[in-house]
Design a protein around this ligand. Structure first.
Ligand SMILES: C[S@@+](CC[C@H](N)C(=O)[O-])C[C@H]1O[C@@H](n2cnc3c(N)ncnc32)[C@H](O)[C@@H]1O
Length: 314
């Protein structure tokens, strides 16, 4: 087994490193990928420079990604509309590299944004994956960032209009859920899913270990952060949510790939469940943090290298 990338987070652009993994070797892809909504510098995956996105004007300097996003995209220009198309191309670029590395019949969970997840689904389908379901992660709480129309009117000195628009807001409803697209790599031609499980040990769900209050789980996943987790990354996910998805679809010592590790949540969850992991993260500081968190993760014993029961692993 080539252990170069195993059980560590490698600081790299995953697009350069994924081709180095062995074919048919991965048991699960689980990743909270960039969303294509310009949430932060790492989330700008387009060449559009006409929207004041993440600019460095005095009003934007020193602000978090969210505040530096500039004017909302209004769809007036073709380059605004191309953002989604460019994002989809980028998704397809790395998805087509991951595809051959995954075992036949294995699953992929891809976290995305409500506004752009359709692009991820198109990219994955065009690559060859099958969409199995769209899961919803329901968060513990959500901020309602919506400006009051009456206040905007008042600022313009429009008192009677402000009263008329009392109670109305600009924006969205409080975003309480996030989408997780669930895919499967088609299993071997001519065989059944049971043959595939026997050959590759993927493609089944451990419902017995994932009961919620004694009943079978639904596709609405309700998980909040533990107090001890801290706020380490703008797009951090709860460890318990990631553990749940890993436990649902993999066995001990199998290999989970997360090419966009961020603060290392997937690595923490994988280690805690005695799964092996492979991670990439292009941001130096996040990569350091992710490796630190992974090492500190309370794994009962170290994961064994995955069994070489099927084709080549590493
Ligand atoms: C949505 S965040 C992941 C957050 C993670 N779920 C957590 O709990 O911390 C995506 C991460 O992907 C990283 N990233 C973006 N493009 C990358 C690339 N081409 N290769 C590797 N990492 C990349 C970003 O730096 C960012 O930290």
């Amino acid at each position: 087994m080539n252990k170069t990338f195993l059980n560590k987070i490698t600081e790299a652009d995953c697009i350069e490193k994924i081709p180095k993994l062995d074919n048919d070797s991965l048991d699960l892809l689980l990743s909270d990928i960039p969303y294509g909504i310009s949430l932060d510098d790492w989330d700008v995956l387009h060449g559009n420079t006409n929207s004041a996105l993440l600019g460095s004007s005095p009003a934007q300097q020193g602000k978090s990604g969210f505040k530096r996003r500039g004017k909302p995209i209004n769809g007036w220009s073709q380059s605004d509309r191309n953002i989604g198309i460019e994002y989809q191309k980028w998704c397809q670029q790395w998805a087509s590299l991951v595809y051959p590395k995954m075992k036949p019949g294995s699953f992929a969970f891809v976290f995305g944004a409500r506004r752009t997840i359709h692009r991820v689904i198109n990219a994955f389908e065009d690559t060859g994956f099958l969409l199995k379901d769209l899961l919803a992660w329901k968060k513990g709480s959500a901020h309602h960032r919506a400006q009051r129309v009456s206040i905007v009117m008042e600022r313009r000195g429009l008192e009677s209009e402000a009263r008329k628009w009392e109670g109305w807001r600009l924006g969205n409803l409080a975003p309480i859920w996030e989408p997780i697209a669930w895919f499967m790599k088609p299993y071997t031609i001519g065989g059944t899913i049971t043959d595939n499980i026997l050959a590759h040990e993927v493609g089944a769900l451990n419902i017995g270990a994932c009961q919620v209050n004694g009943v079978s789980p639904t596709n609405l996943l309700e998980f909040s952060f533990q107090r001890s987790e801290g706020r380490l990354h703008e797009a951090q996910k709860p460890v318990e949510l990631i553990k749940y998805l890993i436990k649902l679809t993999t066995r001990e010592n199998q290999i989970v790939l997360d090419p966009f590790m961020g603060s290392g949540t997937t690595a923490v969850a994988a280690r805690a469940l005695k799964r092996n992991f492979i991670g990439f993260e292009s941001h130096k500081e996040y990569c350091k943090l992710a490796n630190k968190r992974a090492k500190a993760s309370p794994s009962a014993t170290k994961s064994k290298p995955a069994k070489k029961s099927q084709k080549s692993l590493f």
